[in-house]
Design a protein around this ligand. Sequence first.
Ligand code: ATP
Length: 345
Amino acid sequence: MSQRRGALQVEGVSKSFGDTPVLHDVCLEVSGGEFVTLVGPSGCGKTTLIRIIAGLELPDAGKVLLSGEDITLRPANRRSVNTVFQDYALFPHLSVFENVAFGLRSRRVPSPEVAARVAAALRMLHLEPLARRHPHQLSGGQKQRVALARALVNEPEALLLDEPMSALDAKLRAEVRLELRALQRQLGKTFLLVTHDQDEAMSVSDRIFVMREGRIEQSGPPAAVYERPRTRFVAEFLGAANLIAGTVSAGGVETRFGLLVPRCRPLWEEGTLAIRPERIRICPERPAANAVRARVREVVYCGDHADLFVEPGPLRVRTEPTSHARPGDDLWLHLPPEHLEVLDD
Ligand code: ATP
């Protein structure tokens, strides 16, 4: 793992609030310049973890290292880490310029340097025309960019982003995601994003860490985690998944639909297989292997695709939006063994 500037390590961090454990022995490593995302359902401990990295909360056990240095006990204002919060926390009585300048001024950076660094940050985030406005004169997306400028002007080694897009509408969120990714590439800094939105996590990150109940359940590049989920939770949390019960047989793992994943030896005798709806193929004729005869129960049109809910199952099958399938139709489906993931649980 890279020790270069901005590398982050969380080693065995645990945290309870009163009698309630919130983080259990969490470990994660982030290389300098990497964009990683903590993703998980509400209450799984994402914000608590990010607050511990930021120095806003102390762990009960474990360590946080930045650029190889132990910063666990270092106060927040002495860590080279800045955080952008969900509500942006802008000062309402200060202009955009002064909001961005605030941190530098409070550290007594000389005025000419403040002016130059704020101007550069405003330019980078396309905020120059708005420099004299106050927060109430800005849109949600503009406020979000001011919050980013205010964090980046300090030139932190790592930027922490706690649900920074949750106040934006869906269209703006998609735009801001692209901007955030481009900005991170341009700066080459470590970004750690927290979100409960799996699309957001998958579209911006080099790697994602899927959290569940205070633990990291699986991590890796988004495509690897999406295509190769290890547990039912990850399979269902990231996108849609069909979960099918399987049993070990002489030839591999079999299911009640007569499907076979050959040459496969999981740790269990009875367990679960997962297949993504887009991996199930609709065939004009009976496929040679792993065929299922199915009846369409419901068709859900989603604009860029349609989902068919079929029996047996119910299985969800993703198809073209122009599909002519109707409830009551009989279909042949092919479930390729290479896309039937054998889960651990
Ligand atoms: P969300 O996506 O809803 O923000 P999260 O994954 O960020 O959720 P946390 O905010 O870290 O989750 O909260 C994890 C758990 O810890 C929750 O059950 C929460 O109620 C609890 N918690 C967080 N902060 C405190 C606190 N200061 N005192 C007591 N309990 C807390």
